[in-house]
Design a binder for this molecule. Sequence first.
Ligand code: HEM
Ligand code: HEM
Length: 465
Amino acid sequence: MRQEESYEDGAVKGFIFSSLFWLVIGLVVGLLIAAQLFAPALNLLPWLTYGRLRPVHTNGLAFGFAVTAIIGVSYYVVQRLARAPLVFPGLARASLWLMNITVALGAASLFMGFTSSKEYAELEWPIDILVVVVWVMFAVNMVATLIKRREEQMYISLWYLLATVVVVALLYIVNNLAIPVSWFKSYSAYAGANDANVQWWYGHNAVASLFTFPILAFFYYFLPKSTNLPIYSHRLSIIAFWSLVFGYMWTGAHHLVYTPIPDWIQTMAIALSIFLIAPSWGSVINGYYTMQGSWATVQSNYLVKFFLWGITFYGLQTIQGPTQAIRWISQFVHYTDYIPGHVHMGTMGWVTMIISASFYYLVPKLYNTSLYSIKLANNHFWLVLVGQLIFSITMWITGLQQGAMLTATNEDGSLRYSFLETLVHNYPYWMMRFAGGIIYFAGIVIFVYNLAKTTANRGGREAAA
Ligand code: HEM
Ligand code: HEM
């Protein structure tokens, strides 16, 4: 008990609620761009055009929602697994403020149209420097706490968090190296095909180190915590960890199939993408086997639903991803909406499900109370599940249709359809995606409301069934 009291959890609370704030903003922007695709009149002002809002959506959710959640939950997890308080609690609180300032400035700069034009690395150099400072503050605290740890064994979650700290720093700094020409404009330090290669090495490893490593860390920590079941195999988790970290580093060029990047780099990326199925499924199997004999808890414990569906979507995502890397499939689905379908199964089905379950576990604990309403948490679950499925499935269907249209030829070998014609066929599916997005968003609103009411409820009222 005394040890719990010495942990620094103030910053953790701040990170959780900041992350929820950016989640709502990012999703509102996501809904707006989803609507703009079938109702272009909604591009009302230069600030609100699709081209500016799309990176606000992606950066807002990747940095504002995901990175903020990752830092906050990591601070909680590292203290418990190291059995030591954060070495620099003041630094953790300062990083919370700087994180929010950085995300706000980043969003404002994208609204104003400043961009380096590299996907997921759009922020201009002054904001990049702020991102690096926040990350260094986080890294210093994490590493120092691990050095001072009182628990000798490094549980699997710590390995994943350490990989997150190291890999994100490496990627972000290398890919964002640029020559500034003014406060708001810089040019990449790399040129042509090299630039593309570095960019997609960054792009896919950003997916790995933000949307995979820390989320697996939380899965491995909070699933046993919320079920009282030990993880099935520590050895399997460690083998999967090292092969996942090794494999991801070489796969970036699967985004650049049939481009001027040397063929051997593409082939290596494709081969290692397929290799990744094994370590990814190592974690999926570990999760399923942990629940062996206790599947009935899915009905009695609302958190288990989030964890099991989350890891299932991770499993599906890590089969779909490698298949997309194969040349003839890439040729068909690249440049189509099939890819946003893949992206949102991962982000809405895996990343946000696991982060939501982690927050549900943490918030009542941090405020020394019980969850305001389990019924609302169940409603949240079903709404995000249905919303996400509508989103992903409609995008897969329209993506395949688009791929077929883009590759269809007439007898003389000329293209049968123009690009514009393929877009017109997307309209009904874009409308359905918007409907799916609204359903998903309703679930998120309930989630935020439930957590806010939980904090107001401090003092320990029992959760309603
Ligand atoms: C209400 C829910 C959501 C809606 C309506 C929505 C909408 C959209 C739309 C319309 C796009 C552009 C697709 C295109 O370029 O054709 C997009 C892209 C993207 N969104 Fe979302 N989104 C939602 C949730 C999320 C969440 C929760 C995340 C992350 C945590 C996310 C991350 C991304 C990413 C990374 C892309 C870029 C995809 C790519 O380049 O293929 N979205 N989203
Ligand atoms: C074994 C693991 C995975 C492999 C091999 C893989 C493979 C791929 C491939 C080949 C593409 C490019 C498609 C194209 O543009 O032609 C892609 C796109 C993408 N994947 Fe995955 N994927 C994996 C897991 C994941 C996971 C877990 C997420 C988490 C959300 C994710 C998020 C994304 C995103 C955001 C993009 C869009 C990038 C862009 O803007 O173009 N992937 N993936």
